[in-house]
Ligand binder design. Structure first.
Ligand SMILES: [Zn+2]
Ligand SMILES: [Zn+2]
Ligand SMILES: [Zn+2]
Length: 277
């Protein structure tokens, strides 16, 4: 299984859209891996995760075959992960697709409601766009992948989830916009038959000392990794990737943070990064 990170920033992006802070100024100057767009990823070039406003930019930047992509998992309904207005462009006439198959979204309540609303308002047919409401802690099949949504610890109104994605004996855990998981999700993770191969963690706060619920810092990722190993959801072979960064975080520039993280045996995401497991 292959994951490509298309966007790796928190809501504002790095550089943040209206910001003059030192981090944003340096990021603009350095370019390359210092530029982080809003969060999105794709598995094996076919299963999309999240649909931010930067999807259009990712389509251009990575030559994404968006007209052919049939499935998209939504983590939650914050605008940096779901920008439903763009979905009007999937309607026949706006999109001319020779062999059209619908783009199917999977989401918990809030994202489901938003996409349903856009479908209704735009009179978008099921032939072009569909949305399915997911059930938590219950594996479902998406294009040959076994996908399980677990509740995330993030703004409740956005119906936040993290996803376990399994295929051919490999498991990937896409877990951002969450702090330490709620008890029901921890219970599920304890039941896994084997350790997860790749765990992508929220590290919005990087080297900040942040204690609030909703996002994690490096310190808290270290503790969470320990817990996941203790319960058998991970082991020494599990690849841990830190992802979803804010310009307001200390040492967050890639060139600085990657050195700090490497000493602790963490990978650091960047826009365009590909990892195979
Ligand atoms: Zn986010
Ligand atoms: Zn800034
Ligand atoms: Zn969020």
């Amino acid at each position: 299984m292959k994951i490509q990170y298309l966007g790796t920033a928190a809501a504002e992006g790095i550089p943040a859209i209206f910001c003059d802070c030192k981090t944003c100024q340096k990021a603009r100057k350095l370019g390359g891996k210092e530029i982080r767009t809003r969060s999105q990823a794709i598995i094996d070039d076919r299963l999309l995760i999240d649909f931010p406003a930067d999807t259009y930019m990712h389509f251009l930047q990575y030559n994404l075959p968006l007209s052919k992509i049939q499935n998209c998992l939504i983590t939650h309904s914050h605008a940096d992960h779901l920008y439903p207005k763009e979905l009007h462009m999937r309607k026949s006439g706006f999109a001319n697709i020779a062999e059209n198959s619908p783009l199917v979204f999977y989401s918990d309540k809030s994202g489901f409601d938003m996409i349903s609303e856009i479908k209704k308002a735009g009179v978008i047919s099921d032939d072009d766009l569909q949305v399915k409401k997911i059930s938590l802690n219950t594996p479902f099949n998406v294009d040959g992948y076994s996908v399980t949504a677990l509740r995330a610890a993030h703004a409740d109104v956005t119906s936040p989830v993290v996803y376990l994605i399994e295929k051919d004996g490999k498991t990937l855990f896409y877990s951002n916009d969450t702090s330490e998981y709620p008890p029901e999700s921890m219970e599920y993770l304890k039941t896994l038959k084997k350790p997860i191969d790749l765990i992508s963690l929220d590290c919005t706060e990087a080297c900040n000392n942040a204690t609030y619920i909703g996002h994690l810092s490096l310190e808290r990722c270290i503790d969470l990794r320990k817990t996941l190993i203790e319960i058998g959801a991970a082991d020494k072979n599990t690849v841990f990737v830190l992802n979803h960064f804010s310009h307001n975080s200390k040492n967050v520039l890639y060139k600085d943070f990657v050195k700090i993280a490497a000493k602790l045996d963490f990978e650091v995401s960047y826009d365009g990064m590909v990892i195979e497991i």
